[in-house]
Design a protein around this ligand. Sequence first.
Ligand code: NDP
Length: 486
Amino acid sequence: MVATSPPAAPDWDYAPAPESADVVSIAPRYGLFIGGEFVPPADGGSFATLNPATEEPLAKVAQAGQQDVDRAVAAARAAYDGAWSATPGRERAKYLYRIARVIQERAREFAVLESLDNGKPIRESRDVDIPLAAAHFFYYAGWADKLEHAGFGPDPRPVGVAGQVIPWNFPLLMAAWKLAPALAAGNTCVLKPAETTPLTALLLAEVIAEAGLPPGTVNILTGDGATGAALVAHPGVDKVAFTGSTEVGKEIQRAVAGTGTRLTLELGGKAANVVFDDAPLDQAVEGIVNGIFFNQGHVCCAGSRLLVQESVADTVLDRLKRRLGTLRLGDPLDKNTDIGAVNSRQQLDKITELSAAGEQEGAQRWSPACSLPNRGYWFPPTVFSGVSQAHRIAQEEIFGPVLSVLTFRTPEEAVAKANNTPYGLSAGVWTEKGSRIFWMAQRLRAGVIWANTYNRFDPASPFGGYQESGFGREGGRHGLTGYLDA
Ligand code: NDP
């Protein structure tokens, strides 16, 4: 008889499945998109945009200064007066449909470029960011010729030139959220993408040129916070739309106060994801994971505070930990990756600092065993239990893959704890009882409330917050309000 050695333990690891970066061609240097063409910045300044997963530079982009802001606003004004505001809605719709179609046609290119510049997993840029960006253009194309039937009076007029400043967490999607309703309503735009993620906005500029929009209808200025500050304070801008931090939102509010410029602000959040003991717990665990670890937690409406009913807290925490052990962190271009890179060194420092504060204040920190790549900006999925309401990690927006777990006993206590925040952007409720969902929804002070799901977006749904989460709504019919003089 031949002796045999025991069979080797099966290797259940996923093989690498990287998406090819060959579908994108990144130019070494980009200009500003003003008046329908790419032009160099007046003072020739530029900065590099990096791949946060490797820290390697991807391209140099122009740094727009005051003169460039003046030029872009003038181009937008000329386009507004010259062609766009007088273009009938049914014609404007055609341009928006065209943009949507080209985004769809070039979806793979957009997705890879977004993951390279932002660090988010390709699975998310491919399945969420890019399709939703196209959907926004489709959706608002549908409104362009129906504005007089939208409840804004018989003859709603565009506002004029919109100055729009967007963040780095959903670069193309935020550009679509800003541009699509503005253009549908007949406004012209000057858009400033975030310093760390300008590339998909610049590709969108190409698409806009390809779609044949009248020159100057959309202008795209890359730059830093100073460019954004110059844009929002420009006297030629009639409407400012901003998504980003509450701190900068307040600065912008001060800058436009008393000028007559219209303003909408979509700012931070510290959402409660509330799990009752009658909830389907396995589904709730998936919702908790999606709520806080989607896009590395760089989500203004992230479910960053888990409020779980005390009687099921241990069970939920055990199942959550088991589930987190299966998440794969690494190369954003790998189709199996769940958690990509943190967008910048600055954001990684902030997440690291707040997580250290959580430990110092006495919460228990836990992360699954997971090795971080040697280069790039990475943070493991992290759960803090034993968190009290006074802890910084229960109050401040971390904007990273860090979950704070608190418990409650009664629905009243859940509401009190959920509302104990300066923000009011979103919340989640997990329970099998419809009546309890309505009871909670009436009492939670949040602009968006998800029931037995989380982080669901649709262009037809309005999105926006209360308190320090800002004001105004984006998406849906409501999203037209800021761009129309009714
Ligand atoms: P910011 O609010 O600074 O950035 C948002 C956008 O505003 C960027 O385009 C930025 O340019 C621009 N900007 C910066 N300063 C000014 C200014 N004074 N006037 C006009 N525009 C300006 O967010 P950060 O990127 O600094 O992130 C900081 C924190 O903000 C995060 O840790 C997170 O907590 C929160 N945040 C919330 C977001 C949300 O969706 N609610 C999105 C992003 C961040 P530039 O990129 O060049 O700085």
